[in-house]
Design a protein around this ligand. Structure first.
Ligand code: KG4
Ligand code: ZN
Length: 328
């Protein structure tokens, strides 16, 4: 089964064709990061307009790759899927209407996808991962631990009560004067810093909760102690990274143990983080099976959207009246 997926929930215009939920036939991502850098964050109206400019080019390129590399043409596609939420509504509408239009033109089903469930499915791309597993989903907007009992059975068993992981990364990076999106740059600087240089707080919250606002405030207080030119930025980055990644991995491991599930996977943009991946893979020494998506499938992409559309129980039509929604 060939599914054409589209993703436009935030600042990436993406399309992909996936065979049977796992095999990547084509995958195209156009990033808007350069545009939003000037503003220090994503400007929703600007993002929506950029999606409009990019969507047809991205769709054409996706079909082109499929034709050249696999001899697959648009009429071979079995269904068209797009993210319907959560995300920026003006942005979501662009991908949603493009996918609905393609489904009408080629007379094939349209499938609306939840972006977060898509992120989880990034782990199925080019792997042999099978449920059950526990997934730590860490993105710019969400932090959740999800129990995946079967392909079509995802249940949230823990989430953040304040900031999302990617959001804290980006805010901490900003406090240190790093340009948007700071998470990836913070990760890079942390790799040459001392993770024990500064003791930062771990929130005392329930086993199914995360809280990062205290950590954010602690980074603010710490950065205020230094003049910008004297700031031990690599050590602050490393200490921050050590604190947040150990909290995330320890809690996820405890939840996996609670449900007696021995496979743990990562997903979402922060799954690209070097220390988080290192700590996850180290769990193999304790008898866990671990997976993390390839780097290009961590941040927003449409391959994960098409994968979830395949594994989604509602493989039939979503109604063409299906609307976009902003919050999970
Ligand atoms: O999943 P994603 O592309 O978009 C959302 O659905 O939110 O995640 C984007 C987030 C941003 O906050 C970005 O700074 C963060 O993922 N991110 C990272 C790294 N790469 C991306 N955070 C920490 N370390 C990284 N290497
Ligand atoms: Zn995302």
């Amino acid at each position: 089964m060939l599914i054409f997926g589209i993703e436009t929930s935030c600042d990436e215009t993406a399309a992909a064709i996936i065979k049977d939920g796992r095999e990547v036939i084509s995958n195209v991502v156009a990033s808007q990061i350069k545009t939003h850098q000037a503003f220090g964050g994503v400007v929703p109206e600007v993002a929506a307009r950029e999606h409009l400019d990019a969507i047809n080019v991205v769709i054409n390129e996706t079909f082109e790759q499929a034709k050249i590399n696999h001899g697959i043409s648009p009429k071979d596609i079995d269904a068209f899927a797009s993210t319907v939420g959560p995300g920026l509504v003006g942005c979501l509408l662009v991908g949603l209407n493009a996918a609905k239009t393609l489904s009408l033109v080629y007379n094939k089903p349209y499938i609306g996808i939840n972006h977060l469930q898509g992120h989880v499915c990034a782990n199925f791309l080019e792997t042999d991962l099978t449920p059950p597993f526990i997934c730590l989903l860490v993105s710019g907007g969400h932090t959740q631990v999800i129990k995946v009992e079967d392909y079509d059975k995802q249940e949230i068993i823990a989430s953040t009560i304040d900031d999302a992981t990617g959001e804290v990364y980006d805010k901490a990076a900003r406090l240190m004067g790093l340009p948007y999106p700071g998470g990836i740059k913070l990760d890079k600087l942390a790799q040459t810093g001392n993770p024990k240089a500064f003791k930062l707080p771990n929130a005392k919250v329930g086993e199914n909760e995360f809280s990062f606002s205290g950590l954010k405030t602690a980074v603010l207080r710490l950065t205020q102690q230094f003049r910008p030119e004297d700031m031990p930025i690599n050590d602050i980055c490393a200490s921050f990274q050590e604190t947040i990644t150990s909290t995330l991995i320890n809690k996820t491991k405890k939840l996996a143990d609670k449900f007696n599930i021995k496979t743990i996977v990562l997903s979402g943009g922060v799954a690209a983080n070097s220390e988080l991946r290192k700590k996850l893979f180290a769990l193999q020494n304790e008898g866990y099976k671990t997976f993390a998506p390839q780097m290009k499938f961590c941040t927003d992409n449409a391959a994960m959207v098409a994968s979830f559309a395949y594994f989604n129980p509602i493989k039939t039509n979503s109604p063409l009246t299906l609307e976009a929604f902003s919050r999970a």
